[in-house]
Write a protein that binds this ligand. Sequence first.
Ligand code: DGJ
Length: 736
Amino acid sequence: MISFDQVNGIFHLSNNKISYLMQIEEGNTLSHLYYGAPIPSYSGIRSYPRMDRSFSPNLPGAQDRLFSLDTLPQEYPTFGTGDFRSPAIQIRNTDGSSAQSLQYSHYKIVKEKPNLEGLPQTFGEDSETLIIFLEDAISQVQVQLNYTIFSNEPVIARSVQIHNQSDQGIQLEKVSSASIDFAKEEFELLHLPGGYSRERMLEKQPVPAGTIQLTSNRGASSHHQNPFFALAHPHTTETNGEAYGFLLIYSGNHESTIEKDSFDQIRAQIGISPLNFCWSLSPGESFQSPEALITYSNAGLQELSAAFYEVLHKHIIRSTYKEQERPVLINNWEATFFDFDRERLTKILDRAKEIGVELFVLDDGWFGHRDDDRSSLGDWFEYPGKIAGGLADFSKEVHEKGLKFGIWVEPEMISQDSELFNKHPDWIIHVPGRPAAPGRDQFILDLSRKEVQDNLYQQLKKLFSSIEIDYVKWDMNRNMTDVFSQQLDANQQGEVAHRYILGLYSLLERLTTEFPTILFESCAGGGGRFDAGMLYYMPQVWTSDNTDPICRIQIQSGTSLVYPISTMGAHIADIPSHQTRRKTPIETRSDVASSGLLGLELDLAKLDSDDLNVLKMKINFYKANRVLIQFGNFIRLLSPFENNDAAWSFISHDQSECLVYYFQTLQQPEPAFKPLKLRGLDPYAIYQSDAGDITATGAELMQLGIWVNQQKHGDFYSSALKFNKIGEIDNADAND
Ligand code: DGJ
C-alpha cells in the first residue's frame, strides 16, 4: 500500500480506492502532488512548474528564482521562511522568532499503527503507516508526519508528532493535524455549523479568495461548528462529483482553515484551534497532535458519507455494542424534568413495558439533593428519599419487569451548592482574582488535574458497581470560557483546554475499560460533542435536545453527512414541542425518531390509548426493521436543506429490503406531483411494498420513482414505505 521511489523521492500511498502522492523537492521540501482516485503508477507528470513569481520569496540561501515555498503545494508548511499562506505549524523559538524550515530527513513504513498516547485514534490490522521525519536544522525541532492507509477504505489518517531535540525550551502555538495544498481547482465548501438545539445545519458555499476559518473555542467540539468540512467540486450531488472530507478525531477546541491563494490554489488544514493554545516543550519532550481523517469520493456525497461510516465503524468506535442491535429506550427527562418520584417513574415504566420499550433511563435529578439545575453536580451519590426504596431497588424493579436500566451523569461539572465544591473550591476552571463565569449555574471541573480525574473515577466506579446499570448517558452542559488551571505554571496556561480533553479521555478510558458491559451514550446538551473522539469511547450520541421532528429532519440529515445512523440517538417526544411549541402528528414524530436509535421521551401515563397504540405499532415496526435501520446502507434522497420536504431510505446489504421515509413540512395548495426516485436497489429485483400496492423492479423504482404527495396530507406529514424483494427478472430478458 505504501511505496517510495528512491530516485525521484516520491511517496505513493494507494489502495483500490485512492492514491496519495508526495515528493521531496528542492531544499528537501516535502511537496503535495496528488490525492484522489487510484493511479497504478506515477510518471512525474505533476511535477510543479517552475516560474519566477513576483513577490514570492525563494528558498533561503538559494539563487534559484524559479522556486518558491509561497506557491509550491506542500505537505506541512511553516511560517517565516518564504510562504505567506497559513502555516500548518507555528513555533515560538527560544530567541522569540517563529521561523521554521522543515526539511525532509528520513522515513519509515510500519505495519503496526503507532499508538497516539492518550488520544482517540484509528486502529486496525489491515493498515500501513508511513512516517516521514522533517527537521529544522537550526531550531533542532523534528516533526514526524504519520500517514495511515487501510486496505479497503478511501481515507488517509494523519497526525503529527513534534520533538524538541534542542537543549532549549520552545512553545508550540499552532499544530495542524493535517494540511493539504490542492492545485488550482474550483471547490465548494460544505460544513456543519449550528447552535444549541440546531446542530449540524449543513451549509454550502463556493470557496472565496482569502481565508475561511471554521472554529470552536468553547472547550468542546461544540454545537456551533462540527470538527468537519468537505471540499467538493461545484455541482457535486449525492451521486456525482469529487469530494474530500476532513474530520478531526477530537472533542475539544478545533480549527479548520481553507485558504484560496492568489493563484487559486487551495490550502486545507484541520487541527486543534490555535486561539489561546500554547504548549511548552522542554528539551527532549514531544507533543502528539490528534489524528485527522481525510476521505475521498468520486461518486458524490453519498460515497463520502459511506466512507466516514465505514472508517468510524471499523477503525474508531471500539465498544462491542457497535455490532449489536441497540435497545428501544425511554428517558424520563422531557416526561418529568426534575419533578419525579418512584410512583411517577413506575407508571411510565409500566406503560413502557406494555408498548415494547426495552431500556428505562433515569435522567437528571436522582443524586445529591438535586431538584433543579442549581445544585449537586459533583455529588454522584443517591438523593436520599427521592426514589422510595432507593435506586438499587428501582433498578431491580426495572429488571424484574424485563427492561434494562440506565442512568444519567454529568461528571465533568460541579455546582457551587455541592459537597464536592465545599471540599475543593479550587478544582474549578476559572481565572484567580476574577469572578468565575457560571453557565447553567455550574462550573467545569479541572480535568487536567489527576486528583480530579481520580475523584470522579472513584465516585463513578462506586455508583456503577453498586447498582445494576446497563446504560450510562454521559452529559456535559456548558462550555469553557475563563480558562485557567490552578495547578499549572503561568507559562503553561495555554495548555489547559487540551489538557482538559486529555484528562477527560483518560477518565473515559478507565471507566469504559472497567465497565465494558455498560452501553455508554455521549451527550453535551444534546449534540454539543458529536465527534469521532467521543465515539472512540462511546458508540452512540444524543443527537440534539431538540426533539421537534421538523427540526430533527434537518439535524439528523446534516449529522448523517459524517456520522452513521447507529450513532444517532433519536426520541419521540410530546406535543407541543418543548423546543418550538409546534404540534406534529405522532406518526411523524415516530418516523423521524425511527430513523435513528429509537427512544421515547414523554410521559406515557398522560397519553390516550390511540397514541399508545400508534407507539406500540411503531416500536414493533422498528424492532422488525432495526437491523436494516441501524446497520443498512443509509441513502439521503431529498435534502431538507433545499426542499419543503425530505426523504431518505435504508437498504439492506443484499438489496433485498428497502425502507423509505418521506416527510413533508408544509402542505402546498395544489402541489405538483412529485416522483421520488429511489437509489441503491438491484435493478433486476422485483420489489413489493408491505401494503401490496406497489410491485415494481428496482430499475423502475430508481428510474421512474414513486408518487409521494398524490394527496393533500397536510402539514408535518410523514410516510413509511417498506419494500421487500419478491423475485427477479431475467437479466437476459431485460436486455431484449
Ligand atoms: C441536557 C441533555 O441533553 C438532556 O437530554 C438532559 O439530560 C438534560 N441535560 C438534563 O439536565
